[in-house]
Ligand binder design. Sequence first.
Ligand code: ARG
Length: 469
Amino acid sequence: MKLWGGRFTGETDKLVEKFNASIDFDKKLALYDIIGSRAHVKMLAEREIITSDDRDKILKGLLQVESEIKEGKFSYKVEHEDIHMNIEARLIEIIGDVAKKIHTARSRNDQVALDLHLYARDRLVGMIELLIELEKAVLDLADEHKLTVMPGYTHLQRAQPISLGHHLMSYYGMLSRDVERLFDLYKRVDIMPLGACALAGTSYPIDRESVRDELQFERLYENSMDAVSDRDFVLEFLFCMSTIMTHLSRFSEDIILWSSSEYGFIELDDSFCTGSSIMPQKKNPDVAELIRGKVGRVLGSLNGLFVTLKALPLAYNKDMQEDKEGFFDAVETLMVSITLFTGMLPGIKVNEEKMKEAVYSDFSNATDLADYMVKKGISFRDAHALVGKAVLYCQENNKLLSELTLEELKDISPVLDEKAFYYLDPKDSVQQKKSRGGPAETEVMRQIEVARKEVLSQEATCEKLVKLI
Ligand code: ARG
């Protein structure tokens, strides 16, 4: 007999039973379901809706269910549909009829919302912790390479000399905003829905505040219909995760390009690469490629949930069961991707010579020559045109700007002198760029210092957040 079977005379079709069930995936919520039930049952007894004797029996039974789940001994059954009814049914088996009181003043609608909030809050904090570790790994690498000169690109064409440290600090910026976004999201995850029941609250004298307090939520949903139908926090979490994955995917793309023979800027550690089954020479950056690829499924889950929720009437509808698989998958994808990324960075071997070669054998110092002419009194637009001509001249004569003779420089413009060669050296060019946010060593050091302080404060904020499991 189903827990909801009273008004039915016929059996559920077997395929319907399977189609309707969520147990295969919502068993992930099992321990949160028990935490929620515990708080609920305690409140029911406090309010004398059940006796303290009943409460104690139920709590004892829940303890056994919990250990069965933790030890992998719990047998999840499709005929009990979802995690909520699987646990209730098992509780009835263990402690008998008194277990049937657990669902007083509660519906699976507020129960699943609570479980999802608890799960989201824990994972959110876990994700922030992982991101902070990644930030630190990026900062360490940036620190090590604040003097490693390389070409900076626009349109994937060499643009201006920068340092690897400077380049890496741009990724720190993205990650740090990702952490900020998650802190902000926490406020919308940290709201307690239980007590909304199916949609209309209840006539039992429940105390939602005490449940909120017990489960360490900051706020309560003020409206019972909103409490059971809100999935904004899942959407927002998926958005944050899509953004993080997009950042990791861009970072991966750089790593993939840089480790190609065409660039040869870096070599990844063997432990983060795989080979080819046919081409013996291959060493492929699979981890970075997979992370780049996985952005699709996370963004797909965000899109999927938007479509599911759009035009969904209030309050609970079974459509909402579709909120879970994509969400869980995204969370797991993020956790492993961030962890792997953090592990991959310290093993990167940087080929400083190759980077130097790339930046010394092109025209990415052209802007510096124009800037020097501006110092000598020429307007930037005119200087731009003159250097453009000089580049053309160099290309025709198979030379670099730094290989021009003083006479040739003077032909470009009489204002040019010996000192121009200093400005043409990419290493010096980088050190000239001391503007705030620029690549000069002192400036990158300042950026790293600000970032380190930021990470410390993020760690302190993170420690104050609630994580139950
Ligand atoms: N398994 C359901 C879900 O994940 C739980 C809520 C079901 N409520 C209901 N009235 N059918 O959404």
